[in-house]
Ligand binder design. Structure first.
Ligand SMILES: Nc1nc2c(c(=O)[nH]1)N[C@H]1C(S)=C(S)[C@@H](COP(=O)(O)OP(=O)(O)OC[C@H]3O[C@@H](n4cnc5c(=O)[nH]c(N)nc54)[C@H](O)[C@@H]3O)O[C@H]1N2
Ligand SMILES: Nc1nc2c(c(=O)[nH]1)N[C@H]1C(S)=C(S)[C@@H](COP(=O)(O)OP(=O)(O)OC[C@H]3O[C@@H](n4cnc5c(=O)[nH]c(N)nc54)[C@H](O)[C@@H]3O)O[C@H]1N2
Ligand code: SF4
Ligand SMILES: [Mo]
Length: 837
């Protein structure tokens, strides 16, 4: 506020004070405040649809077709568990700024300059639609449908007018190359499935009431699940309602999930959780505790703990005569068991025991502390361990997750009240029916992360070498390079994928990938790489039906969204723009199935009404969609504690693993570890059947990069954005500083003081941004919130020899190197150097 307006405002306040009886002698009291303009506001319900795990409802106030303000839900009681409020975080509350941001895409555009240069001219919708339709037909007939890729993208969790509209037109054109996995949980999904979990979730946070020890590894719900009804709020309430709970948090950063809520913070080095977990296991096993307390549990529910269990498995599989089991026998190696590995016995004698003394040197947590934690776990009545997905987004993410999961099983208490299995907390949800993307005639799948590699060598990618799925056999090549990309509500073309500079080089060559279509609302770094740019309507301009999304905490909800304003400029909803493309393809009838937006929403709503888990929603779902839109929000809190692996351990239902049990020794990993090809030159590129700490490229112990790049750089999901979404909102840039965190010890060694501008670099690029000197990050580690927009300053080259990214995007520094099993993104594994800019 300028000083002058501040004085005016204080004057107005002074006046108000007189009215309420407070005598003032100041002349200011005589100033008459300006009358606020009379505006007739209309209120509608919308929602924030980013990928943060929630879809918080927001109240949109508008007047004469202009949004006047955005408020959060405060319809119900604030009492936790009584269908409480779903308060939007700072991001959702800034939606007016985001909707009217100057960089909104206003018309369809086509590229005129070099690809990636960001030069466009406006075109009509007619031209955009016919170009896309004819290019789709050309590319499919020249290169085959496997050369068309719909990119990973999570910017808008619509139910109706979602990116599924693009699936419809791509499928009506004969299909497209599928992707499996995702940037969030690739390694964790594989680790959980290999171990025997049917999903990535364990007990819910309501079960914490029965626990006496909570251990969170890379678990940060207060920052990454910020919804007012989200997991962060569940966590807070769970801690507050259990006075007997000891809370230990293990993270390279002192996160907002701590700040007083924890009893102990253990600052671990990134990528070393497996070493820590193995040392805890060593204490539990070598002391004889496991033999005494949990051997019976391990024998009954798990395979691979010791040699005898694997020998027994071979006997059982032989006796079964079942081919699906017999195929694994050659891969079962009893000498590769977990107990011998941890104790350094049998086959593992040369490797040595996984002692706390060994682990302390690797993970940075002192030996004595590791021993104390082991004792606490052994003494706990009901240990509840959670491994967050930060641990999975590493070069060795699969085995890091599995190593942490083992601790719960070693206690022999999984299935008991207050105990979890090491996975993420289970969530509640209401269900909604969404628009179908239609069936895809193409069956082959590549890992989501390997798409840019598939532009260059898709034709030769195979299952054995690259993790291609649904091919004839391990060696059948995919047979097509990626020639067309549809990046729909995605900034993963550049910003969110690894190695921005390297990816930009691949994309710049329009002889390789011949068509890039981007559909977004803003001119993002990925949008700059489009050939055709399609401007979408924003959430506040949309009618839709959404649920609470996939990780919104224990309470589930539905939001019937109603457009507060008309589509701005020439923006169209994804449903409408794809209808235009379908029309040019001659497939309009198949696309619409004869329905318009209102008819679709009514149909999806009527299906949604029939779902049994929506029956307890409050208020009850009314008869028509229009009535639902007037009410806006429907919610249901299910207050039951849910236990991990309950149906297996307490209900006798077999697990989905080949053995039907918890696989400490994973049979599918044993098979892939033997049959797949790996790259000897990539440190850590191998798969073992039991979880083992893996030294990796650019890990803490990587001698090859230690000298040039002495700091480990870990990313995190910041409050200031959801990924790259909301980066262009000035309020948020002010509220949450984008700076690289550095421990005072490392800063002093480099002569860096608070707030100075630094360069952070490695072989892949250089970024420039301020430094935040803080003991909230472990020594030897730098931390940076991910998602800032890549902004190469073409006039300057950094120490890496690349153009300096003054946007400070962490992916300018991350490496494209698929992880061994999931072929997933190792974006938290990086080494860098930092110096004053
Ligand atoms: N280094 C590093 N990189 C990471 C991660 C990390 O931890 N570290 N995390 C990874 C993870 S977990 C994920 S999930 C990915 C996320 O990567 P993305 O799925 O790309 O997510 P966002 O960055 O949110 O980008 C979404 C895009 O959708 C656009 N958008 C928003 N609303 C709308 C809309 O209504 N309509 C349309 N058409 N577009 C819209 C936004 O402007 C934005 O360009 O990033 C990954 N990248
Ligand atoms: N505000 C906000 N919320 C979000 C998102 C966002 O961008 N912003 N993104 C959403 C999405 S799509 C996802 S997938 C989730 C991501 O959720 P997470 O994967 O849980 O998020 P991260 O911040 O990557 O990691 C969580 C914590 O792990 C720590 N960590 C990193 N490496 C290691 C390690 O090797 N060991 C240990 N012990 N800790 C480690 C980080 O410091 C961080 O505090 O968040 C969701 N929520
Ligand atoms: S970013 Fe997530 S928590 Fe924040 S308002 Fe949007 S949906 Fe809610
Ligand atoms: Mo994610």
């Amino acid at each position: 506020m300028e000083r002058r307006s501040f004085l005016k405002a204080s004057a107005a306040l002074g006046c108000a004070a007189t009215i309420t009886g407070c005598k003032t002698s100041s002349d200011d009291a005589n100033v008459v405040p300006p009358k606020p303009p009379v505006v007739e506001e209309v209120q509608t319900w919308s929602a924030c649809l980013v990928n943060c795990g929630s879809n918080c409802p927001v109240k949109v106030f508008s007047s004469d077709g202009v949004i006047t303000r955005v408020e959060t839900d405060h319809e119900t009681t604030d009492e936790y568990g009584v269908n409480h409020q779903i308060r939007a975080c700072a991001r959702g509350r800034s939606l007016k700024q985001r909707t009217y941001a100057p960089d909104r895409l206003k018309t369809p555009m086509k590229r005129v300059g070099k690809r990636g240069e960001g030069k466009f001219v406006p075109i009509s919708w007619d031209e955009a639609a016919s170009t896309i339709a004819s290019e789709l037909q050309r590319i499919a007939s020249e290169y085959g449908n496997k050369s068309i890729l719909k990119h990973y993208g999570t910017g808008a969790y619509y139910g109706f007018s979602s990116s599924a509209c693009f699936n419809r037109i791509l499928n009506l054109n004969g299909g497209f190359l599928n992707i499996y996995g995702n940037y969030s949980w690739a390694q964790q999904n594989e680790a959980a499935a290999a171990t025997g979990f049917s999903s990535t979730s364990g007990s819910n946070l309501l079960a914490l009431k029965d626990s006496d020890l909570f251990i969170g590894l890379g678990y940060n719900p207060s920052e990454m699940r910020q919804s007012g009804s989200g997991e962060g709020y569940d966590f807070l309430n769970a801690l507050q309602s259990n006075n007997n709970l000891e809370v230990i948090m293990i993270d390279p950063r002192y996160t907002d999930s701590m700040v007083g809520k924890e009893d102990q913070w253990l600052a671990i080095r990134p990528g070393t959780d497996a070493a820590f977990a193995e040392a805890v296991a060593y204490e539990m096993i070598s002391s004889g505790w496991v033999d005494k307390h949990s051997k019976a549990f391990l024998d009954k529910f798990c395979v691979g703990y010791d040699k005898a269990s694997l020998e027994q498995l071979i006997t059982d599989f032989k006796a079964s005569g079942d081919d699906s089991k017999l195929q694994y026998i050659p891969y079962i190696k009893p000498e590769d068991n977990y107990k011998d590995y941890i104790l350094g016995e049998g086959k593992f004698v040369d490797k040595g025991a996984r002692t706390p003394q060994w682990a302390a040197k690797v993970c940075g947590i002192p030996e004595a502390k590791i021993k104390t934690i082991a004792t606490k776990i052994m003494n706990a009545r009901a240990p509840f361990i959670v491994t967050g997905a930060g641990v999975n987004r590493h070069a060795n993410g699969e085995q890091a997750m599995r190593a942490c999961y083992m601790l719960s099983f070693l206690t022999g208490k999984v299935g008991q009240p207050g105990v979890s299995n090491g996975a993420l907390p289970q969530q509640g949800s209401l269900s909604r029916s969404g628009l179908s993307g239609l069936a895809n005639p193409v069956k082959e799948q590549i890992s989501f992360f390997t798409w840019a590699e598939a532009i260059e060598r898709g034709h030769e990618m195979t299952a054995r070498n690259d993790g291609v799925r649904k091919t004839e056999d391990l060696d059948t090549p995919l047979g097509a390079d990626v020639k067309a990309i549809f990046a729909i509500n995605s900034n993963a073309l550049i910003n969110q994928h690894s190695d921005c500079n390297g990816t930009a080089k691949i994309l710049e060559d329009d002889n390789k990938c011949e068509l890039i279509v981007v559909c977004d609302c803003w001119m993002t770094p990925s949008a700059k790489f489009a050939d055709i740019l399609l401007p979408d309507t924003s959430w506040l301009e949309s009618n839709d039906l959404v649920n609470d999304s996939y990780a919104s905490g224990i309470m589930g909800y539905l939001v019937a969204m109603k457009a507060g304003i008309e589509p701005l400029w020439e923006c169209k909803s994804m449903y409408d723009m794809c209808a235009l493309i379908a029309e040019k393809m001659g497939k309009l009838g198949e696309y619409t199935e004869g329905k318009d937006e209102a008819a679709w929403l009514e149909e999806l709503y009527q299906k949604t009404r029939t779902y049994s888990n929506n029956a307890n929603a409050e208020p009850a779902l009314p008869a028509t969609y229009a009535e639902a839109q007037d009410i806006g929000v429907f919610r249901a809190f299910n207050g039951t504690a849910k236990l991990a692996l309950d149906s297996y351990i307490n209900g006798g239902k077999a697990l989905g693993t080949p053995s039907g049990k918890v696989e400490i020794y994973s049979l599918s990993m044993a098979l892939k570890g033997t049959e797949w090809n790996f790259n000897d030159k990539v440190k850590g590129d191998y798969i073992t059947a039991i979880p083992q700490y893996q030294q990796t490229w650019e890990g803490y112990e990587d001698e090859d990069t230690k000298e040039d790049y002495p700091l480990q750089l870990v990313g995190f999901h910041t409050k200031g954005r959801t990924h790259s979404s909301y980066h262009n909102v000035p309020w948020l840039r002010e509220a949450v500083e984008d700076a690289v965190w550095m421990n005072p010890i490392d800063a002093q060694a480099r002569g860096l003081t608070q707030g100075v501008k630094v360069q952070v670099w490695n072989d892949r690029g250089t970024i420039e941004l301020p430094v935040r000197v803080t003991p909230r990050v472990a020594p030897g580690v730098a931390a940076l919130g991910q998602g800032a927009w890549y902004q190469p300053d073409t006039n300057r080259t950094g120490p890496s020899g690349h153009i300096v990214d003054v946007g400070g995007c962490i992916n300018t520094l991350t490496r494209y190197q698929p992880s061994p099993l999931a072929k997933g993104n190792p974006q938290h594994t990086n080494r860098v150097q930092i110096a004053k800019a």
